[in-house]
Write a protein that binds this ligand. Structure first.
Ligand code: FES
Length: 125
């Protein structure tokens, strides 16, 4: 059986992944004493980061080609230190992202990675 061309292309694209991928834990627990990021308003954080990163990338011609994504994630097992956010390709776990200052710190770290990606791409031309 030969896979159709569209399916083959999709697999190929998925293998290359994203240039920058952010996972915000939105797990919500009920009826337990263990905290959960979803109960710390992490869905609002995910939406905020998605809007910010999308605007940041699309409005700059030097970054408009970058493939970025902000996803919801299940429990990352840092519940007591939530809101937990994982960022790739850096492989960083950001914890206690639940204050304006910590959100700005996370955005600054993401922006630093965007600048690194721009630099890498300019060096490869
Ligand atoms: S609920 Fe978010 S890390 Fe466990």
């Amino acid at each position: 059986m030969t896979p159709n061309k569209a399916a083959t292309q999709q697999v190929s694209d998925n293998q290359t992944g994203y240039d920058l991928h952010v996972f915000v834990c939105t797990n919500r627990r009920e009826n337990t004493t263990r905290p959960s990021c979803g109960n710390m308003n992490s869905e609002a954080l995910r939406a905020q980061l998605k809007t910010w990163l999308s605007q940041r990338i699309k409005t700059d011609p030097t970054t408009a080609h970058l493939r970025v994504r902000v996803n919801s994630a299940g429990c990352l097992d840092y519940c007591e230190q939530g809101i937990a956010v994982a960022v790739y390709p850096m492989g960083e776990m950001h914890l206690q992202v639940n204050s304006p200052e910590s959100v700005e710190d996370l955005k600054a770290r993401i922006e630093a990675e965007v600048q690194r990606l721009i630099q890498l791409q300019s060096e490869s031309k």
